[in-house]
Design a protein around this ligand. Structure first.
Ligand code: ADP
Length: 229
């Protein structure tokens, strides 16, 4: 089998927050995540998980090292190019959903494609297809404030994948859900993975961590393969 190309490649990536007492939130991280992998990232509070997500998601620029996304060196890109790349290649799912409460599920998903490469005229259909994909075809017209937590997170997943990104980055995606809804969201991630999506899930929940094919731990800003003892 030919090896899959890397989606994420960190070479000695680090991020130190400046200020009077600088904090090295990520240090010398080397990591390769290949196309189609489902990785979970674990670590205690304050270990650097959010910093990792922000760097991998092109929300923050590392202060050291080089980050290649889909083979492109993102470290030297101008801010506008990083924003465009983020819109085209990365889908985000957050613990607290980040939906617009008065907009319908369909509008939320369609608006999520604003910075993607999907032409405006195709967005409504794409949104409907993505919502059908996550099992919410019957709730497309409901304002997101009328949906349950589990349904909201499925809308958020639909929004994240509607533009077919290279990478789905999830930050504690089940952190606000009861166990049944959490399971539905995790099953959905399994299905997306089976369809070839590259997925990174950040979690402090061991049960969620075990859903990945591979787990990476962070301790004091240092990444390590596997779950630390
Ligand atoms: P986690 O997500 O695992 O809880 P973070 O990535 O949020 O960890 O934080 C890693 C370290 O960086 C912590 O020591 C935290 O206090 C520090 N940190 C996070 N954000 C900032 C910031 N904007 N400025 C300074 N230090 C920060």
């Amino acid at each position: 089998m030919t090896p899959r190309p890397p989606v994420i490649e960190f070479r000695s990536v680090g991020l130190t927050y400046g200020g009077p007492s600088p904090v090295m939130a990520l240090s010398e991280c080397d990591l390769t995540i290949s196309q189609g992998e489902f990785i979970t990232v674990v670590g205690p509070s304050g270990s650097g998980k959010s910093t990792f997500l922000n760097v991998a998601g092109l929300l923050d620029r590392p202060t050291h090292g080089t980050y290649y996304l889909d083979g492109m060196n993102t470290t030297t890109l101008k801010e506008a190019d990083r924003t465009a790349l983020r819109g085209q290649r990365i889908g985000f799912v957050f613990q607290s959903f980040h939906l617009m409460p008065h907009r319908t599920a369909e509008e939320n998903v369609a608006l999520g494609m604003m910075y993607s490469a999907v032409p405006r005229t195709h967005r409504a259909q794409r949104a409907r297809d993505a919502l059908t994909r996550v099992g919410l075809g019957h709730r497309m017209g409901a304002p997101s404030s009328h949906l349950s937590g589990g349904e909201r997170q499925r809308v958020a997943v639909a929004r994240a994948v509607a533009s077919v990104p290279s990478l789905l980055l999830c930050d504690e995606p089940t952190g606000n859900l009861d166990s049944t809804s959490a399971n539905a969201v995790l099953t959905l991630l399994d299905e997306l993975h089976a369809d070839g999506m590259t997925i990174v899930v950040i979690t402090h929940d061991q049960a969620v961590a075990e859903r990945g094919q591979r787990t990476v731990s962070i301790h004091d800003g240092a990444l390590r393969e596997g779950v630390a003892a």
